[in-house]
Design a binder for this molecule. Structure first.
Ligand code: SF4
Length: 366
């Protein structure tokens, strides 16, 4: 299993070459790509337009899927959370969030995370390993198949956000590979313009991303308006402090398309970073750098054993008003799937105790 070739992270030309190594014509590679990426089939047995002996040969050297869903949960608000395992037994989490006009799938780029943001449960896992392009693509396929049926075209648009477990810019090559596979019109056809990558602030990679023409949108998690507080909440700030981070954002700004804005995310932690003074500091910081951007305020999601509490609605509103009064475009991101631990900062391979909402629980099926 571990030495088998993972096909889900391959683009069409790679699958054509792969089929050629099996002495098969190029069109078989294109057929296989359509089966895996457009019809979202996850086993060779289902690809009945390939001859049976070819399917048998394929299953001896490759796999059509490598992630296994271990358990999944359905929230009162329709959000679905999937706990999966890689072929080597590591946890991967994905969240599907239905909205009126579109669906959003929040996927993981790593199993665990090497960064130590103190408000995030994933940090406690440490880095287990970075995910492959195929493992990133499969998360999207699994969520879409579950929500709509295998291969069924989603009725609404699909947006992707790399805001699950992991720091995506520390796995940039595999991430970009996955995004290019997904962008293919003959496959999932989810273009980079539909994708937002959120970073804790890996400055060299922000600059690298700025130079890539088919890049996704970028969001920066700030969490604090000063270096002192950010050093505490997001230790990556000791390596790349706010001035460096924002000057990288300024460079990135030059690549923004008309109408596009850089997003700054600010998780609100009661009594830690949500005072009026901190709102003013944040506005001043952003205004000083004058970046075409918006701020998403994210009320913290309680996640024991983390010591934080969410700010009250009144405080969130006041914080927003202060930013807006200083000319900052500000939005409040309403938490989704809190009851199934699917909300931001709550992902840590944890089984929810809300058994009534367990849709399937396939623990041990691997
Ligand atoms: S917030 Fe993101 S970057 Fe920070 S520890 Fe959690 S997963 Fe990693």
């Amino acid at each position: 299993m571990t030495t088998a070739v993972q096909l889900t992270g391959m683009n069409q030309p790679e699958l054509v070459s792969f089929m050629e190594t099996l002495s098969e014509p190029a069109y078989r590679g294109r057929q296989l790509f359509a089966a895996l990426q457009h019809r979202r089939l996850r086993s060779f047995d289902e690809i009945t337009d390939l001859p049976k002996d070819l399917r048998t040969r394929l299953s001896e050297v490759a796999n059509a899927a490598s992630l296994k869903v271990e358990s999944q949960y359905l929230s009162d608000d329709g959000t679905r959370r999937y706990l999966m395992k890689t072929h080597d037994g590591l946890p991967v989490e994905t969240v599907f969030i239905p909205e009126e006009r579109r669906d959003t799938i929040c996927f993981s780029s790593q199993s665990g995370c090497p960064l130590q943001c103190t408000f995030c449960l994933t940090a406690q896992l440490g880095l287990l390993r970075s995910l492959t392009a195929g493992e990133i693509v499969e998360q999207i396929q699994i969520a879409l198949n579950d929500a709509y049926g295998t291969g069924v075209k989603p009725p609404r648009g699909t947006n992707l956000v790399a805001m699950g477990a992991g720091e995506p810019l520390l796995n940039l090559d595999q991430l970009l590979k996955a995004l290019r596979v997904m962008a293919d019109p003959q496959g999932l056809h989810i273009v980079p313009n539909r994708v937002t990558v959120s970073t804790a602030g890996v400055v060299p990679r922000i600059l690298e991303l700025a130079g890539i023409s088919d890049r996704p949108h970028l969001a920066i998690s700030l969490a604090a308006p000063t270096d002192d507080l950010r050093n505490e909440l997001m230790p990556i700030n000791k390596k790349w402090p706010l001035e460096q981070l924002l000057s990288a954002c300024k460079t990135f700004e030059e690549t923004l398309k008309p109408g596009e804005r850089l997003t700054f995310e600010y998780v609100l932690l009661e009594g830690v970073n949500d005072s009026d003074e901190q709102a003013r500091q944040l506005a001043n910081l952003l205004n000083r750098h004058n970046i075409r951007s918006k701020v998403n305020l994210i009320p913290h999601n309680a996640a024991e054993p983390l010591p934080y509490r969410p700010s009250s609605d009144a405080v969130v509103e006041r914080f927003k008003n202060i930013l807006e009064s200083k000319g900052i475009h500000t939005y409040v991101r309403r938490p989704r799937g809190r009851d199934i631990f699917a909300a931001c900062g709550q992902l840590a391979a944890r089984q929810t105790t809300l058994n009534t909402r367990v849709v399937t629980n396939l623990v041990g099926a691997n």
